[in-house]
Design a protein around this ligand. Structure first.
Ligand code: XMP
Length: 216
């Protein structure tokens, strides 16, 4: 996946009205948006189609899919039918659950991202002990897109080693959670950034400053 300016906006706003207000300002700088439960539970899956159509961008649905294979497949199918270009899938539930999402993606000509380790402090207790195994499982399955934490660069580097240089790695945790954009891009192909942009008094100013800092 190509990501303009290496930044994926996490569109975690509570309404389409807020989404449009933000996207009208920042869309010239972006071509990839991540939409998760905050917007979809408020406005429905239609928000995915609307953002795609109105802003001509790619949408990654961050549903962190983590159910049995049959249910995962239904979730992935309906997400792709709404127009999503990719869906984020948890790896800890096992290869069979992730495979059902991968099969759905292949049927729809779309992609999945396998979530290895999460970026928040609580991930260290349950997810961290298995995150490298999850990355290895993804490689065995032939998955080429991954999510890893910008808040623990040593671990992001290990994930990169496991998935190889040709896999596509996107990384949340930049900004409010403490991750540094430029340092993260030593290992990741693109950054996921939410609050630093949508809570800023001037989202365009902050976005421009992040882009400048990456290019330095
Ligand atoms: P902030 O506001 O912290 O938003 O810039 C980060 C966005 O990324 C999501 N997030 C994650 N998604 N694996 C994921 O798949 C993670 O480890 C992870 N950590 C944060 C978060 O929900 C928000 O949309």
């Amino acid at each position: 996946m190509e990501v303009k300016n290496k930044i994926i906006l996490a569109l975690d706003v509570p309404s389409m009205e807020k989404a449009v207000e933000l996207m009208d300002k920042v869309s010239p700088y972006l071509d990839t948006v991540k939409i998760g439960y905050p917007l979809v539970l408020a406005e429905g899956l239609e928000s995915v189609s609307r953002v795609k159509e109105e802003y001509d961008c790619k949408v990654i649905c961050d549903f962190k899919v983590a159910d049995i294979p049959a249910t995962n497949q239904k979730i992935a199918d309906v997400t792709f039918q709404a127009g999503a270009d990719a869906i984020i899938v948890h790896g800890f539930v096992g290869a069979d659950s992730a495979t059902s999402c991968l099969e759905s993606a292949n049927q729809h000509g779309k992609e999945i991202f396998l979530l290895t380790e999460m970026s928040h402090p609580g991930a260290s207790r349950f997810l961290q002990p298995v995150s490298m195994d999850i990355a290895s499982m993804g490689v065995e399955m032939g998955i080429t897109n991954y999510v890893g934490p910008s808040t623990r660069l040593d671990r992001l580097g290990k994930i990169r080693q496991i998935i190889g240089k040709d896999s596509f790695l996107i990384s949340p945790g930049v900004g409010v959670q403490g991750g540094n954009p430029k340092d993260t891009l030593e290992f990741a192909d693109a950054l996921i950034i939410g609050r630093s942009i949508y809570l800023a008094p001037d989202p365009v100013e902050i976005l421009e400053s992040i882009i400048d800092s990456i290019e330095l």
